[in-house]
Design a protein around this ligand. Structure first.
Ligand code: UDP
Ligand code: CA
Length: 304
């Protein structure tokens, strides 16, 4: 039995790497068990990769890099942001060692306020993964809830539209039901239309969760989603203030009304954010200083 909490995340660019450090510190601070982060290697900068071992050691967690080369037969995305969203969801069956049985994806712009060990143990009712339904409590963004009308309202037929900032994957079920193959096939077909999958990592699992997968009509969906309790994902854009104290994580979702930049939102919405940012900056400076010293003294701390 592996007692650890396993967290998967992705980041590209300086801003998201800064946010990722904060996310990791917040997970570790509340964790009731050792934590291992699995980060997608493809998009991380060389400087961040050099920092990671020292940063992880300083804060007492493990880190593993995972990578997968985009298959030649799978339609590629031309937009870098959409490519990274694709990596959140399309290769969950092949990214991790087979011994890994469960992993929690957490967006790098998220701050965790609860023990993720809870999600490592939560039963998912036989589904391959669990997502949190979008908050419906904040009223002044009612007009932006695109899933409440048109196409999505039609195919959801009253079922929830889930947010993709955090999800728990039961890798045993995901692999044995070939959910990865199904998601890639659905992706390949839907992405033929460049206008579809505009929120790729979110539209894809939501679509697969409400589209019947062969057998009797109205029977099993292609890839079922278990709905996680609402408090696992709070974001200011969609949730009301009354529900904020119970939040177990806070994501810096894009706000369709104000379009506030992430750093501004972080400082105003998450009181503990600046302390984490200072801690991360301090450790970063220490680790880089040590690496520079090792290089200067011929120790080859940056790989020779
Ligand atoms: N991401 C990234 N670089 C980007 C855009 C996104 O690394 O340029 C990653 C990052 O982990 C981020 C996740 O993809 O947390 C989802 O994107 P984002 O948080 O920007 O979406 P939002 O929550 O604003 O809808
Ligand atoms: Ca986010």
């Amino acid at each position: 039995h592996d007692p650890r909490i396993h967290v998967f995340s992705v980041a590209s660019g300086h801003l998201y790497e800064r946010l990722l450090k904060i996310m990791m510190l917040s997970v570790v601070r509340h964790a009731g068990a050792p934590v291992k982060f699995w980060l997608l290697q493809n998009t991380l900068s060389p400087a961040f990769k050099a920092l990671l071992p020292g940063f992880a050691a300083a804060h007492g967690f493990e880190v593993g890099l995972v990578t997968f080369r985009w298959p030649t037969w799978l339609r590629a995305q031309t937009d870098a942001q959409r490519t990274i969203w694709a990596y959140k969801i399309l290769f969950l069956d092949v990214l991790f060692p087979l011994t890994l049985r469960r992993v929690i994806f957490v967006d790098s712009d998220q701050v965790v306020r609860a023990d993720l060990a809870e999600l490592m143990a939560l039963p998912l009712d036989g589904a391959p993964y669990g997502y949190v339904p979008f908050c419906e409590s904040r009223r002044d963004v009612d007009g932006f809830r695109f899933w409440k009308g048109g196409y999505w309202a039609g195919i959801l037929a009253g079922r929830p539209y889930h947010i993709s900032a955090l999800y728990v994957v039961d890798l045993d079920v995901f692999r044995s039901t070939r959910a990865g193959d199904t998601l890639r096939a659905v992706y390949q077909s839907l992405s033929a239309d460049p206008a579809s999958l505009s929120n790729l990592d979110q539209d894809l699992p939501n679509y697969a969760a409400v589209t019947p997968g062969g057998g009797a009509p109205g029977g099993h969906p292609l890839v079922r989603i278990f709905s996680l309790p609402q408090e696992w994902l709070w974001c200011d854009s969609w949730c009301d203030q009354a529900s904020k104290p119970a939040a177990k994580t806070i994501d810096l979702c894009n706000n369709p009304l104000t379009k506030v930049p992430k750093l501004v939102a972080a400082k105003t919405i998450i009181p503990e954010w600046e302390e984490y940012d200072r801690m991360a900056a301090a450790t970063t400076a220490e680790v880089y200083a040590r690496l520079a010293q090792a290089v200067a003294s011929g120790g080859g701390g940056l790989g020779g």
